[in-house]
Design a binder for this molecule. Structure first.
Ligand code: PGA
Length: 249
């Protein structure tokens, strides 16, 4: 964390929680975090976005979707556009999560989605990260370089205040095998260095994601180039996630 950048802790609920469950979560969560030092976001499934926004009214927590399509409307079964996300009251979108990339989202699709999200005024949480095979083959940095260049090539400096990058090593997501603080720091520093080709690297927030827990969050967030976290499993429980939020304070 750097004093110059306000940390962001975002909870990625993935395919968990109905609207009613989201409301119950928010009622428990907001009193637990009070007025947090970190910025906080929740990323529910599309079907719970509007309920989550309503339940968080008056709280500093903002809401983002877990993906967004690049077209405004059309014959794209199952997809949701940026104006539709905005109409729920959500302010942002995760783009390029590895679980979406594994289901077929290419670098070009990720770039198109980043562009569309920014065009419509959403905050983008752009995900990148290497597989275990790539890490073991010493390809982590070159892989991240490619992902960042592909996605940030469409971003201008004027809109970078609506861009956050999350480094999420695939081998650490949902596995309990968290990157060490040193590994997280090195990769986030590399992401920032490559991002400098396109945006001002100093104010850019780079998050770490992958098995962040109440036990390891403080050490991860203390790294100089780690500006908070994108949290999956540990964000599903309000008390656990509140502890992770406090670790970024
Ligand atoms: P995890 O997921 O915290 O459950 O590892 C993180 C993510 O996929 O964003």
């Amino acid at each position: 964390m750097s004093a110059a950048r306000r940390p962001l802790v975002a909870g990625n609920w993935k395919m968990f929680k109905t609207g009613a469950e989201a409301v119950a979560y928010c009622e428990a969560f907001t009193p637990l975090i009070g007025t947090p030092a970190a910025e906080v976001a929740l990323c529910p499934p599309f079907t719970a976005l509007a309920d989550t926004v309503r339940a968080l009214e008056g709280s500093p927590v903002w809401v983002a979707s877990q993906t967004v399509h690049d077209q405004v409307q059309g014959a794209h079964t199952g997809e949701v556009s940026a104006p539709m996300v905005l109409a729920t009251g959500a302010r942002g979108a995760i783009v390029g999560h590895s679980e979406r990339r594994a289901a077929g989202e290419s670098d070009a699709m990720v770039a198109a989605r980043v562009r569309a999200a920014l065009d419509h005024g959403l905050v983008v949480i752009l995900c990148c990260g290497e597989s275990l095979e790539q890490r073991e083959a010493g390809q982590t940095e070159s892989w991240l370089t490619g992902q960042i260049r592909a996605a940030l090539g469409v971003v201008t400096r004027e809109e970078q205040d609506r861009l956050v990058v999350a480094y999420e090593p695939i081998w650490a997501i949902g596995t309990g095998r968290t990157a060490s603080p040193g590994q997280a720091q090195d990769a986030c520093a590399h992401v920032r260095a490559v991002a400098a080709e396109f945006v001002d690297p100093e104010p850019l927030r780079v998050l770490y994601g992958g098995s962040v827990t109440p036990d390891n969050a403080a050490e991860l967030f203390a790294q100089a180039d780690v500006d908070g976290g994108l949290v999956g499993g540990a964000s599903l429980d309000p008390a656990k996630f509140a502890t992770v939020v406090a670790a970024a304070g």
